[in-house]
Design a protein around this ligand. Structure first.
Ligand SMILES: [Zn+2]
Length: 107
């Protein structure tokens, strides 16, 4: 009892973005897998991913395997947003694979 003492400084836990970056340094993951591991909603993962990518510098991309149309094979290579596209521009199919993310190799 008595006068409360100042608590020792605790180190900040890793932010979600840091945790995502850590995951992507070790292996490839889809947004869905990241959401399960970190116990956040998939939508939140998509909100964080652009920031994770931006922190790498202007020319780096965390997209390891771009989204692909499962019907005709169209690959969404030039997609700048990181989310999964809703519909294939070629065949209009909505069967699109999830993009896979990974930290680019350092050169
Ligand atoms: Zn297609």
């Amino acid at each position: 009892m008595g006068v409360p003492r100042a608590r020792p400084l605790r180190r900040n836990p890793l932010t979600i973005r840091q945790q995502i970056a850590e995951l992507l340094r070790s292996a490839e993951y889809t947004a869905r897998e990241i959401s399960k591991i970190l116990r956040i909603r998939e939508r939140e993962v998509y909100e964080h991913l652009p920031h994770v990518e931006k922190s790498l510098g202007s020319n780096s991309s965390i997209v390891s395997q771009p989204a692909r149309c499962l019907n005709c094979g169209f690959v969404f290579k030039k997609r700048t947003r990181l989310t999964r596209p809703g519909r294939c521009p070629v065949c209009r199919s909505e069967h699109i694979s999830d993009p896979v993310y990974k930290m680019p190799e350092k050169r």
